[in-house]
Design a protein around this ligand. Structure first.
Ligand code: RAT
Ligand code: ZN
Length: 452
C-alpha cells in the first residue's frame, strides 16, 4: 500500500468505510497522487538528440526528443485544426511545411489561440500545460514562452515534467524502420539507457507493407526475399530477436488499418504476407520471449496526404479477427486499443472471453473527455478494474502534463460514480479499496500483464 497516496486525506482512515459525501474528494485525491506508468508515448531520452533550442544540449535538427512551445503548438492534431480555420487556398500545405517551425507555431497560435477561442481538446491541452508550468496562457505572442523554454536543460526538464504530470515511467515507441531512429540505436547502444524510459519495438512495415520491409531487411544483412520461404521467416525472426535484444524492448507493437482481417482477406491491405509474418514470425517470437504484442487497430494512414502526420483518419475494424487471434494464439498476450468509437463495446465483450487480451487507452481521436468518459464507464461496467484506462500518446514531452491531468479528471469522475453505485447496494468501500483499485488502473495492470 503506497503511503504517499494514503496519508493526509482528512476524514478517512484506510480501513474505515467511506461515506458518500467523502467520495468525490477522496477519489480525486487518490487518483492525483497515484503515479501513472505511461504505457504508450512517442517520447525519447535526451540521447536521441533534441532539435529544440535550450540552455545546455547541442541542438540536433533531426533529434527525436521533442519538447517546448514550438513543438507543443505545432502538434499534428493542431496542424489539422488550423486548416479548419485558414484553408489550404490561403496557405497551401507545401508552403506551410516549408516554413520554419517558429513560423508554423506563430500561425497556429494566432489563428487557434488568439483570433479564435481555443475550445478543442488539443488546444485546451496546450493551455493546461502552459498554466501548470507557471506561465500565463493569455499571451498574444509566443515570445515569453520561448524565453522560458530557452532557459531549460532538456534532461532536467524531463524530471520537472514527470513530476508535474505525476508519471513514474515513460514507454517509448521505437520505430525500427525509421532510418533516423535506427541510425541512433546503431551509433549508440546506450541511447535508451535512462531509468525513466522503456523501449518498445515498433514494426508497422512488416505487416502493412511486407515487400518494402523485406527489401530493407535485405539491405541490413538479413537473407529475406519478398517470397515467404522458410529462410525468409527465419531471417525475420532473427531480425526481431536482434532488435528486441538491442532495445531491451518490453513489448512489440504495430498499428493496423481498419481492414485488417485474421485470417487475411486477399483484398485487405495487410494480406496473406502479413498473415504469414504474424503467424510464423511475430507471434512465435513474442510468445517465446513472453512479450505482449500490442495491436493498435483502425488507423487509415494519409487519407489527406498533404497534411502528413495530421492526415490520418479512423475506420471501423473487425472484432471477430481479434477474437480469432486471441483464441488461436493462447500463448500470446495482446495489448489492444481500437480507434473507432463503434468498436469499443465489442472490444470489452471480447476481453471478457480472453484473459490474454488487455484493452488499453483511449487512442488519438478518442482522447476527448466525452469519449473517455463513455469508454471508461463501459469498461468498468463490463471488465471491473481489469483494463488499462489510459496512455498519453504524447509526442511532445510537455504533453504528459495535460494528457494525464485531463484523463485523471475523467477517470476520477467515472470511478466515483462506480463507488456510489456500490454504496447503494449496502457494500462498503474503504479508502484502502480505492487506493488498491487506482494503483491497478494507473500502474499495476500494465506491470502484471507484462509479467504474466
Ligand atoms: O496519436 C498519434 O499521435 C498518432 O499519430 C499515432 O502516432 C498513433 O498514436 C500511433 O502510435 O500510431
Ligand atoms: Zn501512438
Amino acid at each position: 500500500m503506497s503511503t504517499a497516496v494514503s496519508k493526509d486525506i482528512k476524514g478517512s482512515t484506510l480501513e474505515a468505510p467511506v461515506k458518500p459525501a467523502q467520495l468525490h474528494d477522496l477519489v480525486h485525491k487518490i487518483i492525483a497522487r497515484q503515479p501513472a506508468l505511461d504505457m504508450h508515448t512517442h517520447l525519447y531520452t535526451p540521447a536521441f538528440g533534441t532539435p529544440v533550442h535550450n540552455r545546455t544540449a547541442k541542438v540536433d535538427p533531426d533529434g527525436l526528443m521533442l519538447w517546448g512551445i514550438e513543438e507543443l503548438v505545432t502538434y499534428h492534431y493542431l496542424v489539422a485544426e488550423v486548416y479548419r480555420v485558414v484553408p489550404a487556398s490561403v496557405v497551401p500545405y507545401e508552403q506551410f511545411w516549408r516554413w520554419p517551425k517558429s513560423r508554423q507555431a506563430d500561425h497556429i497560435w494566432k489563428h487557434l489561440f488568439v483570433e479564435n477561442t481555443p475550445v478543442s481538446e488539443a488546444c485546451r491541452g496546450v493551455l493546461t500545460t502552459i498554466t501548470r508550468l507557471g506561465l500565463d496562457p493569455n499571451e498574444k505572442t509566443l515570445d515569453n514562452y520561448r524565453a522560458f523554454f530557452a532557459a531549460m536543460d532538456p534532461d532536467e526538464y524531463i524530471d520537472k515534467v514527470m513530476q508535474l504530470a505525476n508519471v513514474s515511467g515513460i514507454t517509448m515507441t521505437n520505430a525500427v524502420f525509421d532510418d533516423n531512429e535506427r541510425r541512433r540505436w546503431l551509433a549508440n547502444p546506450r541511447v535508451a539507457a535512462d531509468s525513466r524510459f522503456r523501449a518498445v519495438l515498433r514494426i508497422d512495415p512488416l505487416l502493412r507493407n511486407f515487400p518494402q520491409a523485406a527489401a530493407k531487411l535485405t539491405e541490413w544483412g538479413y537473407a529475406t526475399e519478398s517470397e515467404l520461404t522458410p529462410t525468409t521467416i527465419d531471417e525475420v525472426r532473427r531480425f526481431l530477436n536482434d532488435w528486441l535484444d538491442r532495445q531491451s524492448a518490453i513489448y512489440c507493437a504495430v498499428s493496423l488499418p481498419p481492414d485488417f482481417r485474421y485470417p487475411a482477406n486477399p483484398a485487405d491491405s495487410v494480406g496473406q504476407a502479413g498473415q504469414t509474418i504474424l503467424e510464423k514470425a511475430i507471434l512465435p517470437t513474442c510468445a517465446q520471449r513472453k512479450l505482449p504484442f500490442a495491436m493498435m487497430i483502425g488507423s487509415n494512414l494519409r487519407t489527406q496526404p498533404a497534411l502528413r502526420d495530421a492526415g490520418d483518419t479512423s475506420g471501423l475494424a473487425d472484432i471477430a479477427s481479434l477474437a480469432r487471434l486471441c483464441r488461436e494464439f493462447p500463448e500470446n498476450k495482446f495489448f489492444v486499443t481500437m480507434l473507432a468509437r463503434e468498436n469499443q463495446h465489442e472490444l470489452c465483450v471480447i476481453a471478457r472471453k480472453f484473459s490474454n487480451l488487455m484493452p488499453f487507452g483511449c487512442w488519438w481521436f478518442l482522447n476527448n473527455p466525452s469519449l473517455i468518459t463513455e469508454m471508461t464507464r463501459m469498461r468498468f461496467e463490463l471488465l471491473g478494474t481489469t483494463f488499462i484506462p489510459q496512455h498519453s500518446d504524447a509526442r511532445i514531452l510537455d504533453q504528459l502534463i495535460y494528457k494525464w491531468d485531463h484523463s485523471r479528471q475523467v477517470i476520477a469522475a467515472v470511478l466515483e460514480e462506480m463507488y456510489l453505485r456500490i454504496l447503494q447496494t449496502g457494500r462498503t468501500v474503504t479508502h484502502a479499496d480505492i487506493v488498491r483499485d487506482v494503483e491497478k488502473l494507473l500502474d499495476g495492470n500494465f506491470k502484471a500483464f507484462l509479467a504474466q
